[in-house]
Design a protein around this ligand. Structure first.
Ligand code: VGL
Ligand code: ZN
Length: 206
């Protein structure tokens, strides 16, 4: 079995959200086609949600910092973000046009550490259930799509490679924040260099 991992396709990362990724919703019909394809072929599908308490320290306002600048949080480099994906809020919900996905992983719930990867927090102190769930199902190959290429998608891919999964990143089904113009491009280069396979959604066949 293979898995489709739909990373953080939440309202706050889409147009009109507090941390919007430009043209984010363009990837939704592409992801929906993949959800349909994976369902049809009885493959595993799981979504992730960035899920922060209101007092999360990655929010500039909670750390007395300036949005977009880089500082340090508990010894780790930290970009200061606008408030986003606050637990149970509209902004934290998956985009309403995204097809239904049965399984969800929550990350970023500890107010003192950020968590870009869907496998581990940024300090690698705690893990989510994602690795165990995939292993239990005997899954060795995963397909990653979603938001944002230069943060949560990138770090999820890097950890998946580290955990010895065969990782495909579906280029046309991801979009990035690009605080700096080429961040997404650089992120893709880095993860390909580390062993991810850069593919297009139309390449996927069962
Ligand atoms: C993300 C910044 C802060 C993401 C999450 O989902 O890529 N980016 N929190
Ligand atoms: Zn976040």
């Amino acid at each position: 079995m293979k898995a489709l991992i739909v990373v953080d396709v939440q309202n706050d990362f889409c147009e009109g959200g507090t941390l919007e990724v430009k043209n984010a919703s363009e990837i939704i019909p592409i992801i929906n086609n993949l959800i349909t394809l994976f369902k049809k072929n009885k493959q595993f599908i799981i979504s992730t949600k960035d899920w922060h308490p209101k007092n999360h320290k990655s929010f500039a306002v909670n750390s007395n910092k300036i949005i977009g600048e880089i500082g340090e949080l508990n010894g780790l480099p930290q970009v200061w973000w606008p408030e986003h994906c606050i637990e149970y809020s509209f902004g934290a919900e998956l985009h309403p046009e995204l097809f239904y996905i049965e399984n969800t992983i929550y990350k970023g719930t500890d107010p003192n550490v950020d968590s870009y990867s869907a496998f581990f927090d940024n300090g690698r102190k705690r893990k989510t259930q994602l690795g165990n769930i995939l292993r239990k199902k005997g899954i060795h190959e995963i397909y990653i799509v979603g938001l944002a290429t230069d943060y949560c998608v990138k770090y999820t891919v890097l950890d998946a490679i580290d955990l010895d999964f065969k990782v495909n990143i579906v280029e046309d089904a991801c979009k990035g924040v690009n605080l700096q113009e080429f961040d997404s491009e650089l992120a893709l280069k880095e993860i390909v260099h580390k062993g991810a396979h850069l593919i297009k959604s139309t390449d996927i066949k069962f």
